[in-house]
Design a protein around this ligand. Structure first.
Ligand code: 8IG
Length: 271
């Protein structure tokens, strides 16, 4: 498998994954794809009728997640509006050191299944003082601090309006209280120091996380329209007086899950 991955283009591998998804689900094309991060997992069942659930490790190029709180499935869901949604519950994080191709494979696969809209969700730390844990926010733009890119060679892609204004406006029609902010992707897996959070704030960031930016770039390269949503599971280091823990992240994600999952399902149905 590793030999094959090394020797085929990432787009060929995504085509192969999409072919396996099409034959295993019986759904030839998907319209919309969603990656469910920490706290967003319950959105799948609220979106519509599950047609098929695949173990991600049975799909070419995917490996099962080792992070507690992350599932490893890929689902095809038939939405009440007649659209087919591909729900990806198997994210490879940059900090896993499997390479950027592995990080964005799910997004490229989503594009290869026909999806024109990519909804990327995550759990993240909040910098804005007005935000509280459990609050969902829209991503308006990002700052990529990984010093890496999913694009290979001289592939110059415009990222103006990467996080679609049109989709953000539609999301706000579903929930007018949704605030938005600039997502800063750090490598992780450690959380930031308070000084790093202050740096992120000084350069224009509002949300700190370990995913999404690289995926959004690959989605844009693939021609998809991107909607990004962060669940603020914790205040970023130093913004809150107490230290962060992965357990806190999972707990606040669980508490917010029913509300934000319903919100996400409603937003996806409105797109
Ligand atoms: I959930 O505070 C979650 N993911 N970088 N910082 C970073 N990633 C996160 C955080 C956070 N919370």
């Amino acid at each position: 498998m590793a030999y094959f991955v090394m020797n085929s283009s990432p787009f060929e591998l995504a085509q192969e994954a999409a072919a396996v998804i099409a034959s295993a689900t019986g759904v030839a094309n998907h319209d919309i794809a969603l990656t469910l991060g920490s706290g967003w997992g319950k959105a799948g069942e609220l979106l519509g009728e599950t047609i098929a659930t695949l173990d991600a490790s049975d799909v070419p190029g995917f490996s099962s997640s080792g992070v507690p709180g992350h599932s490893g499935t890929i689902r095809s869901i038939s939405m009440p509006n007649g659209k087919a949604a591909l729900v990806i519950g198997a994210r490879t994080h940059y900090y896993e050191d499997k390479g950027v191709r592995a990080v964005v494979h799910s997004v490229r696969t989503a594009a290869a299944t026909g999806a024109k809209i990519m909804i990327l969700t995550n759990g993240a730390g909040g910098i804005k003082e007005s935000w509280s844990p459990g609050q969902p926010v829209l991503i308006s733009d990002h700052i990529n601090l990984t010093a890496n890119s999913p694009l290979e060679g001289a592939t110059f892609i415009d990222l103006t309006d990467l996080y679609s204004k049109r989709l953000r406006t539609l999301a706000k029609t579903v929930d007018p209280s949704l605030d938005e902010g600039v997502y800063v992707q750090f490598r992780g897996p450690h959380y930031e120091t308070p000084a790093e959070v202050q740096m992120a704030k000084a350069i224009g960031g509002h949300i700190v996380g370990m995913s999404t930016a690289l995926e959004a770039i690959a989605a844009r390269e693939a021609g998809m329209e991107v909607l990004g949503l962060s669940l603020i599971t914790n205040l970023a280091a130093g913004v809150s007086p107490h230290p962060l823990s992965h357990q806190e992240v999972i707990d606040s994600g669980k508490a917010a899950e029913p509300v934000i999952s319903k919100l996400l399902a409603d937003i996806a149905s409105a797109l």
